[in-house]
Write a protein that binds this ligand. Sequence first.
Ligand SMILES: NC(=O)C1=CN([C@@H]2O[C@H](COP(=O)(O)OP(=O)(O)OC[C@H]3O[C@@H](n4cnc5c(N)ncnc54)[C@H](OP(=O)(O)O)[C@@H]3O)[C@@H](O)[C@H]2O)C=CC1
Ligand SMILES: C[C@H](O)[C@@H]1OC(=O)[C@H](O)[C@@H]1O
Length: 254
Amino acid sequence: MKLLEGKTVLVTGASAGIGRAAAIGAARHGADVVINFSRDEAGAASAVAEIEALGQRGLSVKGDVSDPATARDFIAQAVDAFGKVDAFVNNAGICPFHAFLDMPVETFERTMRVNLHGAYFMVQAAANQMVKQGHGGAIVAVSSISALVGGEYQTHYTPTKAGLHSLMQSTAIALGKYGIRCNSVLPGTILTDINKDDLADMDKRERMAARIPLGRLGQPDDLEGPIVFLASDLAKYVTGASLLVDGGAFVNLQ
Ligand SMILES: NC(=O)C1=CN([C@@H]2O[C@H](COP(=O)(O)OP(=O)(O)OC[C@H]3O[C@@H](n4cnc5c(N)ncnc54)[C@H](OP(=O)(O)O)[C@@H]3O)[C@@H](O)[C@H]2O)C=CC1
Ligand SMILES: C[C@H](O)[C@@H]1OC(=O)[C@H](O)[C@@H]1O
């Protein structure tokens, strides 16, 4: 069964990793897909090629999400190309691991601007378009298990993920009257470029995997189903919710 037939789905940060898996998953479920990316031209082009190979229309739009103008441009180009926005997936994010006591101001500010400010501008632009269309919509934010638990080298990052989780709760209230649902997924540790260097430490990698009841770290396509579900009408009465996608890591205290 295809869950997103006839819909237009937008995904930020979809040249690689989780965003790319979400974009391709949406296409597999019958959606036309518009992706945002900031630097990786080849990754974006190959994601669009995969979307088209699935028989759907695909488009990539370059832009740094930390700039509010990127959000307006992304939505405008999507509407120009495919006429509407039915679902929006806020995924773009960075996590430059660094200790707390000497956190460079630029690293802190950049992480806030990309992960949280960027999300705010994007969600706002997508929501305004959905309100204008008048037939509701779905917004899915890629937050994290890190919205709920800390990380020694992520003191600048975990607040952005808690912020995203909170943003979905507040926008669920603000946008419910327009039929727009807002939810988040909370991935655990998923093997992507964002943590390639951190998880080159094999001890750490094994420790983290050992804590996961399902016995392995995640892969980007583990997020495909949860994101497609929340974007689809199958989740028509789900809003303000968050879905842990972590192989059970969060609940595994002892
Ligand atoms: N991997 C994990 O364990 C987890 C990841 N997450 C979250 O998932 C999301 C995706 O991460 P993941 O797939 O792992 O990481 P990747 O590094 O594999 O992918 C990140 C994507 O975001 C894009 N991106 C980065 N900065 C910007 C920017 N300023 N503007 C637009 N796009 C940008 C990148 O595009 P480009 O290279 O073109 O800039 C790339 O497409 C992030 O929000 C992350 O916090 C949450 C929980 C766990
Ligand atoms: C990038 C990290 O490996 C990853 O990011 C998250 O949000 C997870 O909690 C992991 O720490």
